[in-house]
Design a protein around this ligand. Structure first.
Ligand code: SAM
Length: 265
């Protein structure tokens, strides 16, 4: 297996614990669906759909929806979510960097905190634009590097071994100037907006505990340092809680994100 294939296999394990966090990505999903203008007549692809919060929201509007994700465990939950909602969604296990769909197959391609985790931005974006019809809408939600979630990923990265060469830091997708450059002349009419995801927590330490349970990235830090370097783990936990404290008010952690929408040229 080459380095990138190994990286993606590890990502599949890392994301397998994400299901409890669907409780907080559910509201932003409705925001992205509205922002992207999804309507009943549309064929919609949700890239890196996780447990299907965006896909199911779009399907409830009557759209014909396909969801794709790398992580089988999350797709099991996505099936369940569609069944409970009483909608039909076509689910695919797959990679955002190699979408198994025909060129121009979709009217709208969306991704919520998803395609930003594909290691090579140009490859994932190229695929998302390939399967979108000319005149169709691409829209995504991403974490800015300078705000809570982006800073949290940077903190984790400082405590983890470096990723293989060629893997781009996900929060670059949260910088409008980077997004504009990446979209380039393939699209027109780029629109940016901002929104907040709210995570309830009784204290910064509760947020850290929840995160360590549901984020593979944090679990890897904990597992690596617990035996090899407990003082460094304690330092990670202190830094994490200090970061959370900056965004914590009234039992809520504020996670601001960027929304991007554009029309395929
Ligand atoms: C933060 S979760 C977001 C899930 C969902 N979109 C939501 O908003 O709840 C990130 C998702 O990206 C998926 N993912 C990571 N790398 C991927 C890749 N290369 N191709 C497809 N999915 C990927 C993970 O499996 C995970 O479901």
């Amino acid at each position: 297996m080459d380095d990138l294939a190994q990286f993606k296999a590890a990502q599949r394990d890392v994301w397998a614990h994400f299901t409890p966090l669907e409780a907080i990505t559910t509201r932003p999903a409705a925001r992205l669906v509205r922002f992207s203008g999804i309507a009943a007549s549309h064929r919609v692809l949700d890239v890196a759909c996780g447990t299907g919060v965006v896909a199911v929201t779009a399907a409830r509007l009557g759209a014909r929806v396909t969801g794709l994700d790398l992580t089988p465990k999350l797709l099991e939950r996505a099936h369940e979510n569609a069944r409970i909602a009483g909608v039909a969604v076509e689910w695919h296990e797959g990679d955002a960097e190699a979408l198994p769909f025909d060129a121009g197959a979709f009217d709208v391609v969306v991704s919520q905190f998803g395609h930003m985790f594909a290691p090579r931005p140009a490859v994932a974006l190229g695929e998302m634009l390939r399967v979108l019809r000319p005149g169709g809408t691409i829209a995504f939600s991403t974490w800015p590097p300078e705000l809570f979630t982006g800073r949290m990923f940077a903190l984790n990265a400082r405590y983890l071994p470096p990723p293989p060469a060629g893997v781009s830091p996900p929060p670059q997708w949260g910088d409008p100037s980077v997004v504009r450059e990446r979209l380039g002349s393939a699209v027109k009419d780029i629109v940016f907006d901002r929104e907040t995801m709210y995570a309830p927590a009784l204290s910064p330490a509760h947020h850290r505990e929840n995160f360590e349970r549901s984020s593979g990235a944090a679990q890897v830090v904990v597992q690596t340092l617990q035996k090899s370097d407990p003082p460094r783990l304690a330092s990670y936990r202190r830094e994490y809680e200090a970061l959370v404290a900056e965004y914590f008010d009234a039992n809520t952690v504020r996670q601001d994100f960027l929304l991007t929408r554009a029309t395929k040229a």
